[in-house]
Design a binder for this molecule. Structure first.
Ligand code: 5AD
Ligand code: SF4
Length: 424
């Protein structure tokens, strides 16, 4: 059939879809294009959560026009969240794009490509094997879509309503990954805490997956503070293999802004979840998402967010500047925080968070930790990178094999990563 190239942007769900799409293309007879070659089929799988994500994708898609100059019959397809919500924008600004597709019906891509190339489509098997791209780590989707309609968020429009996957399908995939040597498995969904299938809750699913994951880090993301209930907290305390890390998006530390965002919790409820989780799993690492510059966010609102950052003391935080997304409730509001002020808030909370993270990480120096060796260090040539249960990266020198667990003594710390050496 020829070769394909796949370019994936965005969240873990997109990575998962990308692995599925690669599996589909290979089942259809395509093989990955060698580096440097122009593939017969080029697929870009996009994110639309922020304006910066679509700007980046647009840059890449635009640059693909030169592919057609060198190879007129190459087929270019753009999929994922962006065409799911703004197909017309891509079609009108990128005439060299042959087709668009959304986040469902990935199985139809080979037939669409075959149609464009004037070829007959070959049938696909019922079950598609994902082409896993991040060994020894792997994601397992437990649900797709989202019902929450946070005022700023495009996801419910791009991915549709929440659909949970049957328990047995999830557990089967986890078991298969463990059996084939994966060591760090993340259950993913837009709001895993609202998982429910045939009477099984997220907490029950987590306990069942935990039982299959001896010798493996089991993770889950992303969480909605409203839906992290006592049952889930209790399960966290009972699981033996669930990693010591919880990503708990705060978005804002102001009740007024949380209300305007339609987040459905207030700061006191959020802090209550934090203290229950910390009680159930002492020393658990907490990370978060913070959105600054939401319409109407005042200086006082922003100070309230800083207050929660000080109070919770996150291990790390992703901070974003609000950008309006077409079709969302907030897009109808005036985007009234001036950009320089958004930048200032982003930098202020970022700087405070970096200082807190450094203090937390420095306290780990001298301790001994179990790390999963992921591969060569991205920072230091000749070194390895390991990941802790706490989801922190430790760079270390010495002999190691990717996919193995090693004991490391933590010898140094920055805001982002740790340094270590093999423990004697
Ligand atoms: N603008 C900026 N950030 C956004 N996020 C979601 N929508 C927007 C938007 N319109 C952020 C939220 C979410 C993370 C994945 O992206 O903080 O948790
Ligand atoms: Fe967006 Fe809210 Fe759904 Fe997360 S839970 S994807 S923030 S709508």
């Amino acid at each position: 059939m020829g070769t394909y190239e796949l370019i994936v942007y965005g969240c873990q769900m997109n990575d998962y879809d990308g692995e599925k799409l690669a599996g589909i293309m290979e089942e259809a007879g395509y093989r990955p294009a060698p580096p440097g070659d122009i593939a017969d089929v080029v697929l870009v799988y996009t994110c639309a959560v922020r304006e910066s994500a679509t700007t980046r994708a647009l840059g890449r898609i635009t640059s693909l026009a030169r592919y057609k100059k060198h190879k007129a019959d190459s087929v270019i397809g753009v999929g994922g969240c962006w065409p799911a919500v703004e197909k017309e924008v891509i079609e009108s600004s990128c005439p060299h794009v042959d087709f668009t597709f959304g986040t469902t019906n990935l199985e139809d891509v080979p037939a669409t490509v075959a149609g464009i190339r004037g070829q007959a489509a070959s049938p696909l098997p019922d079950e598609i094997r994902l082409r896993r791209a991040a060994w020894p780590r792997a994601n397992v989707s437990i649900m797709r879509g989202c019902n929450n309609f946070c005022a700023y968020c495009v996801v419910p429009y791009a991915r549709g309503p929440e659909v949970c996957r049957p328990v047995d399908d999830v557990l089967h995939e986890v078991e298969e990954l463990v059996g084939t040597g994966f060591k760090d498995i993340t259950l993913i969904g837009q709001n895993v805490n609202s998982y429910r299938h045939g009477g099984t809750s997220f907490a029950e699913l987590l306990l069942k997956a935990d039982a299959l994951c001896d010798g493996v880090f089991l993770r889950f993301t992303t969480n909605h503070p409203r839906d992290v209930n006592d049952e889930t907290v209790a399960a966290l305390g009972r699981c033996r293999n669930v990693a010591r890390h919880l990503h708990l998006p705060l978005q804002s530390g102001s009740d007024a802004v949380l209300r305007a965002m339609n987040r459905d919790y207030d700061v006191s409820r959020y802090l209550d979840v934090v203290s229950k989780v910390r009680k159930a799993v002492p020393g658990i690492c907490l990370t978060t998402d913070i959105l600054v510059g939401f319409p109407g966010e005042t200086e006082d609102d922003f100070e309230a967010t800083l207050g929660v950052v000080e109070r919770v003391r996150y291990d790390s935080a992703y901070v974003f500047m609000y950008s309006p997304r077409a079709g969302t409730a907030a897009a109808a509001l005036a985007d009234d925080v001036p950009r320089p002020e958004k930048v200032r808030r982003l930098q202020t909370v970022g700087a405070r968070q970096r200082a807190i993270a450094l203090e937390i990480n420095e306290k780990m120096v001298g301790s001994e930790k179990l790390a999963l060796v992921e591969g060569p260090s991205r920072k230091n040539a000749g070194e390895y990178a390991g990941r802790l249960s706490e989801n922190k990266i430790v760079n270390f020198a010495g002999r190691a094999r990717p996919g193995e667990f090693v004991r490391l003594e933590i010898t140094g710390a920055s805001s982002w990563t740790l340094r270590g050496e093999p423990a004697p």
